[in-house]
Ligand binder design. Sequence first.
Ligand SMILES: Nc1ncnc2c1ncn2[C@@H]1O[C@H](COP(=O)(O)OP(=O)(O)O)[C@@H](O)[C@H]1O
Ligand SMILES: N[C@@H](CCC(=O)OP(=O)(O)O)C(=O)O
Length: 372
Amino acid sequence: MSEHLRHVMAHARRVVVKVGSSSLTGPGGHLDETRLGALVDVLARERSGGREVLLVTSGSIAAGIGPLGLTERPTNLELQQAAASVGQGKLIHAYTQAFGRHGLDVGQVLLTSDDMVRRAHYGNARRALESLLTLGVVPIINENDTVATDEIRFGDNDRLAALVATAIAADALVLLTDVDALYTAVPGSPGAHRISVVHGPEDLGGIDISRRGSSVGTGGMITKVEAASMATTSGVAVVLASAKDAGPAVAGEDVGTLFLPTGKRDTTRLQWLAHAARTRGGIVLDDGAVRAVVSRRASLLAAGVVEVRGQFEAGEPVDLLATDGTLVARGFAGFSAEEAGQMMGMSTDALGETLGEHYARELIHIDHLVVL
Ligand SMILES: Nc1ncnc2c1ncn2[C@@H]1O[C@H](COP(=O)(O)OP(=O)(O)O)[C@@H](O)[C@H]1O
Ligand SMILES: N[C@@H](CCC(=O)OP(=O)(O)O)C(=O)O
């Protein structure tokens, strides 16, 4: 049924593939080089077929469990950092060797959440990835778990993979895991059946994704569905499939679950604003302003603002909230928090008369806004 939709995958030129810990490590907390090698064979074939491939790989912590003599995935941060330090070395060594057998070089890219959250860093990470691709190198990306702290870490690579895919304007994102698709309920439970295509958020109502995933993975299905939604709203097609089905999934065969793109590709600046930006403040809109911004795609005028929260400077990202606290949009503020506080509730004419001509304009221009 979904075969004709899979051409999105079959024709994708730039593909981000993410593989989970449970698909790369065995029960004793050691890397499973056979499974890793099988994945690399698929990716190398795609590369020689002319596609650009980036790999986001989990498994640093899981692959450090055995070598450190631990019996299970550590829960405290210091041990996770140590396991990641040992495991990441083993991971990159295994990938270097496996891709090397195909005559391909790999480049290790370890990212922290700051690299995605701060705009200058985001641009820097994007340029580094582009440069590797231009040079024909396969980027092997993971979170920098050894220096990540609880406060700043992504924690799961599903979201990181979606951010990477949008940042480098990939055509497709393939999430490989230990289950063969998204199911309507926990796989194996009565009546649970595979979902072949998700056209948009409306197809996800009533699906049970609450159960935690494997003992070595972190996100479970929740973070995968969130990552898929993040990527598809930015115009990136997503396939969720078993790592065993990596070949057919990347080739666009009817395996796993295809999430069709729902949005168009925004400029990178607006993608960053929507998904990665960390805000220091918010602007609360009355109901009319919410309708204007969300439904009519109008600029935000000071007249529709009822509260200004936190501190921000002109040009910084801010949250736009409804009066019930719902996040409805994000934008680059046209004025600082202090100025916005003085301007709120005033018509454009009144702003010009009381504060001066400089203030007689929108608080956030539509070109600097993304509706969420
Ligand atoms: N509705 C669902 N459909 C498919 N899998 C689900 C669902 N709900 C929960 N899961 C669980 O999500 C797990 C995958 O998540 P996780 O273990 O974090 O994978 P990874 O290590 O690949 O990131 C599956 O093993 C499965 O048990
Ligand atoms: N950066 C961590 C990834 C943790 C993670 O997301 O794991 P998973 O749920 O298996 O994708 C690691 O390499 O262990």
